[in-house]
Design a protein around this ligand. Sequence first.
Ligand code: ZN
Ligand code: ZN
Ligand code: ZN
Length: 403
Amino acid sequence: MKQRKVLLILCLLLACTAIAAYAEGSDVIAHEEFRNQNFTAIDANSHELSYDVYNVYTHASGGPTGQEDFVETRKETEAHNFSSGVCADCGYACTHPSIEEDEGVIYDLKVLSITEDTHTISFKSRLTYVCTVCGEVAKTEESSEDGLTEEHSYGVDDTCIWCEKPMPEATPVPEVTPTPTVSPAPVVDSEPVINTVPAVVTATPRPAVQNYSAPAPVVTAAPAVQTVTFDPGTAVSTLRGVADDGTVMAADAVATIGESLEREVQSGANVTVVNLDLMLDDQEMSALEQLPVKDQLLVVFAAIGHSDIIPQNELSDQASALVQRITQRIARMNASEKAAFETLLAEAFPVETVQIDGKSYDFFVIDLEIVQNGAIKMERYGFRQAEDGQWVLTQINSGVIVE
Ligand SMILES: [Zn+2]
Ligand SMILES: [Zn+2]
Ligand SMILES: [Zn+2]
C-alpha cells in the first residue's frame, strides 16, 4: 500500500512536469546567441574568427526560461582590420611585406645660378613608401643633390618650375610675305573605327549634328570620333563589383572598376577610354598612361569638364597634377579654341537627357576598350546626375569582340 502511494505521487509529479512543459512550450521562443568570440592570425592578410553558437530559449513575454543548447563552433576567415599597422581584432602586427612608392617631397631647394638655358640647384628630397597591405608608411628615403645643372623646365605659367626664370620671349618672325598654303583636308572616314564587328557590338554613325546643313567653313577636318553602339542584350546589372541601380556614386564606381581593371592590366591587358585621346594633348596622354587605371578613370571626368565629380583626396599626386594641368589648359583657351573644344566634346562624350518618372536628367557614358590576347572587350558605364546634383552609375554594358 505504501509503495503504491509512492508510485502514485511519482506519477502525479511527472504529469505536472509534463503539463508545465507543455504550457511553457507554447510561448517559448528560441534565438541564436554567439559567444566566446576569438580571433587568431592566419597570415599577413587574414585571421580566423571563431565563435560558439547557442540556441537560447526565452518566453514570448521576454523572461528567460533558463534553457539553452550548444549548437556548434563556427569558424570564418576574414581580412585583418588594420589600424596603425596592427589588426584591431587579432592583434597581428603587419610586417609590411609589400611596399610601393607613395610620394616624394623636395625641400631646402636653393637656386645656385641661372643661365639662359640652364639652372644649377641644390635640394633635399624625401621619398615615402607605404605598405600595400596595411596602408602605413613603411619607410622613407632621404637624398640630396648639391649642384645639379640642367635645362629649365617651363611649367604651365611659362616660368621654370625650379628656378622661376620666365620663358624667353618668342623671337620675332622676320617679315616675309606669307604664302597661303592650303593643305588638303585629310579624308576622315565618318564611319567609326569599329565597324566590321559582329552583331554584339556594332558601330553606327552618330545622329546627324544639327548644324551639318549650315554652310560652315571647312577649316580642318575634325578628329575622328569613335562611336560604339551596344546591343541592348549586352546590358548587365552588375560588373566589376558595381551595380547600375543608381546607388553607386560615379567616383566610387570608377574607383572600384579601376581596381578590377588594374588586375587585368597586371596580366597584360591594355585598357583605353574611347575618345579620351581627342580631349587630351600628347603630354597629358603620356602622363595619363603612367597612372593606375583607377586614377586614369577619375582623370576622364576632368578631361570632359566634370572635375567636380572627382574627390580630391582620392587622387595620387601625379593624377592631381594632371587634373590641374587639364583644367588650367581648358581655362586658358580663347573663345575659338573653346568653341572647337566644346564641339568636339559634344561629339566624343555627348551629354544626353534621359527621362525617368517624368523627370529629365543629364546622362553621359564612358566606353572602355580592353584588349587582351587579340580579343577586344568593350564595356560601357553610364552616369546620370541625381536630384542632389551628384552623379551616379545607372547603366552598364559589356560586349565581346573576337578578332
Ligand atoms: Zn587580424
Ligand atoms: Zn603593413
Ligand atoms: Zn630653371
